[in-house]
Design a binder for this molecule. Structure first.
Ligand code: PMV
Length: 363
């Protein structure tokens, strides 16, 4: 354990614990521009990544807590998702609690009820682990703050991101906004493998209110989970090169975010999306998460861009859905294009209009 990790251990656990109550956080999803794919224990990324924090796609979580009446060695919690008791969600949360217990030793002293819901449809193929884990991490931090009001806001958010990372890597980028870097990078001051940090330089006006319309090509469970995908990077023949490429793309995109060069932005972002999927296709065993309609959409976007000189571009998550990115000043023309040309490729014409957001909010 290094010095920074030690700083996140709650040193004095002798607070008056006899409090009960609840905290509610609304935390956004995020979309990576330079992707994280490949990690070491404990959730240490192989390369730096950067994401837009989203706004309309969020998780709303309430954590109710009460001091346990009887001594008991394990964690005690119930989970409700969209009003229904969900025991199948418990193992993931149990693992999360085990990983963070060292840093928040009061966890076993309480019984919890976790009530959560997403703004996006459950089966939409949009990963809810980033927003879900960051919401829970923030609720836990609110309890820590209640026990120890001395902690600074900087410590609160850093530790929330640190805890969220231990739940799901990319969740550490779902605490603040609008652009978050996670992973040590020599050109990003303050960057860390342990938590996400705000992009520390002035962001060009072109990225203000940037849009992300998510085209739901395939609503449903992915055939291969991110956990499995990350593991397949361990013996991947191109892994070393990929991690170098991603770190170089962080340097390039950092310049672009400062100078506003949208053509360069497009080149980096689309190459990152395809490189991520290329890693999947060249893993052993190989797998493919794109669907025929994913490719149809990508080709339509390229045709439209060639014909109009628009700054529309796409990125992909670990799934078939397409994130269509475009600047605020093109919203009318691009929205018309999406509706007339692209939504026919979505499952039941489902899509979500989102944009760059400012981060989590306590309610
Ligand atoms: O946070 P995880 O373990 O679900 O991994 C997410 C990885 C990608 O979404 C594919 C890329 C990223 O950087 O968000």
């Amino acid at each position: 354990m290094n010095l920074i990790e030690e700083k996140f251990i709650l040193q004095n656990n002798n607070f008056d614990k006899n409090i009960e109550g609840s905290f509610t956080w609304r935390t956004p999803s995020n979309i990576a521009l330079v992707k994280y794919w490949g990690k070491q224990e404990p959730q240490i990324p192989e390369n730096a990544s950067i994401s837009f924090t989203l706004d309309a796609c969020f998780t709303l979580t309430t954590l109710e807590y009460k001091l346990k009446e009887h001594e008991e060695s394990g964690f005690n919690f119930e989970v409700f998702f969209e009003g229904e008791k969900k025991d199948e969600f418990k193992p993931k949360i149990e693992t999360f609690f085990k990983r963070i217990e060292h840093y928040v030793p009061f966890l076993k002293e309480y019984e919890f009820v976790i009530k959560s819901r997403n703004s996006f449809p459950h089966s939409s193929g949009i990963a809810s682990s980033a927003s879900g884990m960051s919401a829970l991490a923030l609720c836990v931090m609110s309890i820590e703050k209640k026990l120890n009001p001395e902690i600074t806001s900087d410590y609160f958010y850093k530790k929330a991101s640190f805890l969220a990372r231990l739940g799901s890597g990319s969740a550490c980028r779902s605490i603040e906004g609008a652009l978050i870097v996670w992973g040590n990078h020599s050109e990003i001051v303050g960057s860390s493998n342990l938590f996400g940090v705000k992009f520390p330089y002035k962001i060009h006006e072109n990225f203000k209110n940037y849009h992300d319309t998510i085209l739901l090509v395939d609503e449903g469970e992915k055939q291969v989970s991110s956990t499995v995908g990350h593991k397949l990077m361990h013996k991947h023949p191109f892994a070393k090169q990929r991690f170098l490429q991603a770190n170089e793309n962080i340097s390039k995109i950092a310049e672009v975010l400062k100078n506003g060069n949208l053509k360069e932005f497009i080149a980096i972002v689309e190459s990152e999306a395809l490189s991520l999927h290329a890693m999947m296709m060249t893993s052993k065993p190989y797998f493919l998460l794109m669907k025929p309609n994913t490719l149809k959409i990508i080709n339509k976007i390229w045709e439209f861009r060639a014909a109009t000189n628009s700054n529309i571009c796409f990125t992909l998550d670990a799934g078939a859905n397409v994130h269509v990115l475009f600047p605020e000043n093109e919203k009318e023309i691009v929205n018309n294009f999406i509706i007339s040309e692209l939504i026919q490729y979505c499952q039941e014409k489902h899509y979500i209009c989102d944009r760059i957001g400012l981060g989590a909010k306590e309610l």
